[in-house]
Design a protein. Structure first.
Length: 172
C-alpha cells in the first residue's frame, strides 16, 4: 500500500480569514441580540463556535491525511469534507496532470460529474473514472461523480504508481 499526502492543499491564510470574519460577525450579532433574544444570541454563538472548531479540525485533518493506493482500490478521506473508495478497475479512462483547459468551470454542464476534493487548491491530478463512484460529503450527503480533482504533494509519484500497478506482472 502506498500513501500520498496532500498537505500543500491546505490554506492557512484562508482559514485565518474565515475564522476572523466568523469571530467578528459572531461577537457583533451576539451583542446585538443579547438584550432582545438572549436564547437566540447564545444559540447562534454556540453554532459559530462549533463552526470555528470544525474549520480548525478539518485543517488539522487535511494536514495529517493521505490517500491510500493498493492493488485493489484507491481510498481517500480528505479532512472532514470527503471520503470515498474507488476500485482500481474503475480507474483507467484518464489520469493526467491537468492544465487550466482540462478543468471544468464551476456551474457548467461539464462540471456536473466533477468534484475538486482539495478545494480551494487547484488540482494537479485529474482522475477520470470508467464508472461513476459515490462520495460521502459532510452531513452524510452522497454524490455520484466520474472525475476527481486532486492536489497532491507528489503528483508525479502518484501517476507513476498508478501506471506501474496497471501493468500486469510478467508470467514466468
Amino acid at each position: 500500500m502506498q500513501e500520498f499526502t496532500y498537505r500543500s492543499a491546505r490554506s492557512g491564510s484562508l482559514l485565518a480569514g474565515l475564522g476572523l470574519a466568523l469571530f467578528v460577525e459572531t461577537v457583533a450579532l451576539h451583542l446585538w441580540l443579547a438584550t432582545r433574544h438572549p436564547v437566540l444570541a447564545w444559540l447562534l454563538t454556540s453554532a459559530s463556535v462549533g463552526a470555528l472548531a470544525w474549520l480548525a479540525a478539518d485543517y488539522r485533518a487535511v494536514g495529517r491525511g493521505a490517500l491510500r493506493l493498493d492493488d485493489e482500490a484507491f481510498e481517500f478521506r480528505v479532512g472532514y469534507r470527503f471520503a470515498g473508495r474507488v476500485a482500481r478497475a474503475d480507474i483507467g479512462a484518464a489520469v493526467v496532470r491537468p492544465d487550466w483547459r482540462a478543468l471544468p468551470a464551476a456551474g457548467t454542464r461539464a462540471a456536473a460529474d466533477y468534484v475538486n476534493l482539495m478545494k480551494p487548491a487547484t488540482p494537479n491530478v485529474l482522475l477520470s473514472l470508467d464508472a461513476p463512484t459515490t462520495l460521502r460529503l459532510p452531513g452524510g450527503v452522497r454524490r455520484s461523480v466520474r472525475r476527481l480533482g486532486l492536489h497532491l504533494d507528489d503528483p508525479r509519484g502518484f501517476l507513476t504508481a498508478l501506471a506501474l500497478s496497471a501493468v500486469p506482472a510478467a508470467e514466468s
